[in-house]
Design a protein around this ligand. Structure first.
Ligand SMILES: C[S@@+](CC[C@H](N)C(=O)[O-])C[C@H]1O[C@@H](n2cnc3c(N)ncnc32)[C@H](O)[C@@H]1O
Length: 341
């Protein structure tokens, strides 16, 4: 093989690589765990849901799917669990083991390195499954599939999963300035035409913070997940939505975010990753489209969203968004496709 061919091959490989290739590596560095642990909306919600529900945990066998640093395992042990098993396939696992030992939880917490789908647990069944599985756009990373696998294989009848409910929402925003900076920027980069990157950028949901004053419409729930009962197939979803303008404005993007509920136990806990809630590391997922919609208060955008794992890489998401708008000032309809990777 010539040097040129080798380079072309390497480039093609890089182009074909996506989140699946880096997935467990990405969780092997402490940096990502630092970001998650410091997200207090997230970590304190889990702590409240576990520690404040001592009655639920006392004397129980608990499985933490994707235990990372072991933080949720330690909360469960503090809440009185008899035995906690943490499973993780990243190189964080040996470090988590040191953390468990340093905090004197060796007797209660057993950590196992490997894929949840492949490891052998020291018990046949568990009473409670805890997991922090949510990715951007809620379903990115496809980790909920792993929780459902663990539920079907290990959860005792009548067992509990925390969290147990998740809902995905869509809304629409005015975002002219940031669209200029992130999308139209590529039209003229130091005088050069890089608009081919603009085409790619338009097709990728942008994970960033949406300010509440950018929201132009109400929101609409496009998916509700009951983690106790949902099947892997139902996570591929199609949902119609209707968004009503709260004021006269321009719309440049649709925005997706999710809410999480721990509804079991005496003290239910919930948190939102929406633009009106406190910052979380999930931010919001922004989907820009060509042009804009000129909307007046009370007018309605209707649409359909289809979302499924990407064929070539089940951790990526393929999102199709069709919308229709017939307002007094303009009419617009479009069929948009996005790839979350
Ligand atoms: C979002 S992190 C959560 C870490 C920790 N539970 C926390 O709350 O800070 C998800 C973890 O699950 C692990 N993971 C994802 N899928 C897995 C699988 N199929 N088998 C084992 N570990 C998995 C990842 O390596 C990662 O460390």
């Amino acid at each position: 093989m010539t040097e040129t061919n080798k380079n072309v091959d390497a480039l093609e490989k890089i182009n074909q690589m996506s989140s699946a290739d880096y997935y467990f590596d990405s969780y092997s560095h402490f940096g990502i765990h630092e970001e998650m642990l410091k997200d207090e909306v997230r970590t304190l919600a889990y702590r409240r849901a576990i520690i404040n529900n001592r009655k639920l945990f006392e004397g129980k066998v608990v499985l933490d799917v994707g235990c990372g640093t072991g933080i949720l395992c330690m909360f469960a042990a503090q809440a009185g669990a008899k035995m906690v098993i943490g499973v993780d396939n990243s190189e964080m696992l040996p470090i988590a083991q040191k953390i468990i030992t340093a905090n004197n939880f060796d007797k209660t917490i057993t950590l196992i390195k490997g894929k949840m789908e492949e490891v052998v647990l020291p018990v046949d069944k568990v009473d409670i499954i805890i997991s922090e599985w949510m990715g951007y756009f809620m379903l990115y990373e496809g980790m909920l599939d792993t929780v459902l696998y663990a539920r079907d294989k290990y959860l005792v009848p009548g067992g509990v999963i925390l969290p147990d409910k998740a809902s995905l929402y869509i809304t629409a925003i005015e975002d002219q300035d940031y669209k200029e900076e992130k999308i139209n920027y590529w039209n003229n980069v130091y005088g050069f035409d890089m608009s081919c990157i603009r085409e790619i950028a338009l097709k990728e949901p942008l994970v960033d913070v949406v300010q509440p004053n950018m929201i132009v419409t109400n929101d609409c729930c496009i998916l509700t997940v009951d983690i106790m009962t949902i099947t892997k197939d139902e996570l591929k979803f199609r949902s119609d939505f209707k968004l009503k303008a709260l004021r006269d404005d321009l719309i440049h993007a649709f925005v997706v975010y999710f809410d999480i509920e721990f509804s079991k136990g005496d003290k239910p806990v919930c948190f939102s990753t929406g633009p009106k809630a406190k910052y979380t590391h999930w931010k919001q997922s922004i989907m820009y489209f060509e042009d804009h919609i000129k909307i007046q208060q009370g007018e309605i955008i209707t649409g359909t969203m289809d979302c499924a794992p990407f064929d070539k890489n089940q951790r990526d998401l393929k999102i199709k968004l069709d919308f229709n708008f017939a307002g007094e000032l303009m009419k617009s309809s479009s069929s948009l496709e996005y790839h979350m990777r």
